[in-house]
Design a protein around this ligand. Structure first.
Ligand SMILES: [Zn+2]
Length: 371
């Protein structure tokens, strides 16, 4: 028995040493590799680091008596977005997948959007125990101190709800390096069986908040009740932009880069000028009419639930995640929350883009403000 424990301990040490070697190599030699070769060696390096991070997470969980198993794990990471010394960290995704059994196709390997200069982090979640191992790479690491942060917490919603105060203190201390809300909101939604289209929106938006829910539901509403004529796309115009824009862009593939999305940020005075019945107007969706030439639009509002039955625990993260999960149960019923404030047609020969040009009073043209 003792030799077995010793053996396990040694294996753990060896894994850590291997991780240290690869990370040191990544930091020391990233700039020296020749183009062409760097992509391959970079891939192998980061794949090994991903594997080692997953091994590390499993070892930490096993120490508590949990039994993490390949295929029963959800992984979240910003690998592939975060860069270290200007080089890609994308290979870590394949290492994490290989060791944990987490996969893109079944919503268990999640690529969380971040800037290249954000620290690289891995969160490995065991669905059975609710344990989450969080690791953050120290960009200036040499052989020692591979991870800036290594934490293990039980973050399934039931456990958090019954330990609200304890976890408020932990969140205040940034136990997951400031990524607490991001990880807890997404992991719990995925564990509850969130549809894959919603997960796409969480990934791009980099967290799951009630605001992104409204965009997911608006996209669902449009698909069912205002479908585009075949072969054409929507043009979306935000009247009151918030988190929903990221979901609409991802789920409708309406993006500013392709001439399909327009956002300007209204002032308080602009919003006060909206007619009383248009106060909640937040998004305009345009589609081509059946003739394929003229355009028509609908103005949507999102009607927030008066009561999500979530207790106010004083733990802001927890309260938001509770609301998230309440909306998640209703995500396939957008008609309960999305309403049409106004329907209208564009004059012949006018496209929605014309109404998104600088200086154009689009709210007035749509008829949302006094004449
Ligand atoms: Zn948000």
């Amino acid at each position: 028995m003792k030799t077995k424990i010793l053996f396990k301990y040694k294996i753990h040490r060896i894994l850590l040493a291997i991780t240290a070697f690869f990370i040191t190599a990544a930091f020391c030699h990233g700039a020296e590799t020749i183009p062409g070769e760097s992509a391959v060696t970079g891939y192998n390096k980061w794949k090994s680091i991903g594997q080692s991070a997953a091994d590390n997470a499993f070892a930490a969980m096993k120490k508590t008596g949990a039994r993490p198993e390949k295929g029963n794990i959800i992984v979240l990471t910003n690998a592939g977005y975060a860069e270290i010394n200007g080089a890609s960290t994308m290979g870590a995704l394949d290492g994490l997948a290989e060791t944990t059994g987490a996969l893109r196709g079944n919503n268990t390997l999640l690529e969380i959007h971040s800037s290249p200069w954000t620290k690289l982090w891995f969160a490995v979640y065991d669905k059975r125990s609710g344990l989450c191992s969080y690791m953050e790479i120290n960009p200036s690491a040499k052989a020692e101190g591979i991870f800036d942060i290594q934490a293990l917490e039980q973050i399934n919603i039931d456990h958090l709800s019954s330990h609200a105060e304890e976890y408020k203190a932990k969140f205040d201390k940034k136990v997951f390096g400031g990524n607490e809300f991001r990880i807890i909101s997404i992991v719990n939604a995925v564990a509850e069986g969130s549809p894959s289209y919603a997960v796409r929106a969480f990934e791009f938006h980099d967290h799951y908040c009630p605001g992104v829910t409204s965009g997911i539901m608006m996209a669902g509403y449009l698909k069912k009740n205002f479908p585009p004529v075949s072969g054409s796309d929507y043009f979306v115009q935000a009247i009151q932009p918030w988190c929903k824009e990221d979901a609409l862009m991802v789920l409708l593939n309406a993006t500013p880069g392709k001439g399909g999305y327009s956002v300007s940020y209204p002032t308080d005075a602009d919003l006060e000028n909206l007619l009383p019945w248009a106060k909640d107007a937040s998004t305009v969706a345009y589609r081509k009419k059946k003739d394929g030439k003229a355009w028509e639009g609908i103005v949507l509002a999102f009607n927030w639930a008066a009561d999500t039955q979530c207790p106010e625990t004083g733990n802001g993260i927890l309260d938001k995640v509770c609301a998230d999960l309440w909306y998640l149960k209703r995500i396939e019923r957008p008609e309960e929350f999305v309403s049409v404030v106004k329907s209208f047609e564009l004059p012949e020969g006018v496209s929605p883009k014309d109404w998104a040009a600088p200086g154009v009073d689009y709210m007035g043209k749509i008829g949302l403000t006094p004449e």
